[in-house]
Design a protein around this ligand. Structure first.
Ligand SMILES: Cc1ncc(COP(=O)(O)O)c(C=O)c1O
Length: 306
């Protein structure tokens, strides 16, 4: 599916018309995958457009850059202001925002020249990543034969472009096998996450999710769900889990900015619970979408405006 164009893209200090926001074919990041990025959503609220936890996303962007020793030339506060400004310039309210830090044209040695570092922010309308129906009906997943990277290989906590080659293998294999999406194990064979979303399981009334040590990205939706579960008096356990927990769970769901909260109906062809989205998944969805839609108070200030 091609992207829906919006008028402007911000590149290195200037607003450029969408079709003119081009890079050279010898751009370093295009060859070696060293770039860091974010995926953020803005929502149309009764008080106008608001960006969901933009501060946390931009913090993670700078942390990703720090892991890969990339010096972003502008402060975090300016990056946040630019996200708001670009959204307004493009007259968007419900939108996806994609800041990207990459190495452009300048050299093709393994380590890019520092002065080739580039910054861009794009924003456009984008529906639910797993399909607009997925949050109601759930998805079918398969456990991937591709594992997430071992802890001392690629840093999973950095949202870096190159990491997503692994994610593509996971999704491609899952779809070839007739599933909507894949779930990956980590190097040790324990549960990790989906290719672009975190994983939650419900078992005996508690909410379980893999730890930071299980090769996951520290998801902002994951953190939001943990906070909401706490508000609702649900016990949350961050723990390392073997694969078979998938087959014993009463409910399973994915979380992520692009996918939001998506129930998992089946794993490897086996029903999760009765094969329908379960009550705790529904309760957490209700709380999450309640904040986005304004029917639940935004007590933590997640919906951020300029
Ligand atoms: C690999 C991976 N895991 C998890 C997530 C979910 O993170 P978030 O909720 O911050 O979007 C994402 C999406 O950014 C991701 O790419």
């Amino acid at each position: 599916m091609t992207l829906k164009k919006s008028p402007w893209i911000w590149m290195d200090g200037e607003y450029i018309p969408w079709d003119e926001a081009q890079v050279h074919v010898l751009s370093h990041s295009l060859h070696y995958g060293c770039c860091v990025f974010e995926g953020i959503r803005a929502y149309n609220t009764a008080q106008g457009a608001a960006i969901f936890r933009v501060d946390a996303h931009i913090r993670r962007l700078y942390n990703s850059a720090r892991i890969h020793e990339m010096e972003i030339p502008i402060p975090e506060s300016e990056m946040i202001a630019l996200c708001h400004e670009l959204l307004a310039r493009n007259s968007l309210t419900n939108a996806y925002i994609r800041p990207l830090i990459y190495y452009g044209y300048g050299g093709l040695g393994l380590l890019a020249p520092e002065d080739s570092l580039r910054v861009s922010i794009s924003t456009f309308e984008w529906g639910n990543y797993l399909g607009d129906d997925s949050k109601n009906h759930g998805v079918a997943v398969g456990v991937s034969s591709w594992r997430r990277f071992a802890p001392d290989t690629m840093p999973a906590q950095a949202k870096a472009g190159g990491n997503y080659i692994s994610s593509q293998l996971i999704t491609r294999e899952a779809q070839r096998n007739g599933f909507d999406e894949g779930v990956a194990l980590d190097y040790f064979g324990n549960l990790s996450e989906g290719p672009g979303m975190n994983l939650f399981l419900v078992r005996d009334g508690a909410l379980l999710t893999p730890t930071h040590g299980d090769s996951i990205l520290d998801g902002i939706t994951r953190d939001s769900v943990i906070c909401l579960a706490d508000d609702l008096g649900i016990e949350v356990l961050e723990q390392t889990m073997p694969r078979e927990y998938l087959y014993l769970a009463d409910e399973i769901f994915f979380t992520g900015t692009a996918a939001e909260i998506v129930p998992i109906r089946t794993v490897d062809g086996r029903n999760v619970g009765n094969g329908k989205p379960g009550p705790m998944t529904r309760q957490l969805q209700h709380a999450f979408y309640g904040i986005l839609e304004g029917s639940r108070p935004d007590t933590r200030g997640w919906l951020q405006r300029p």
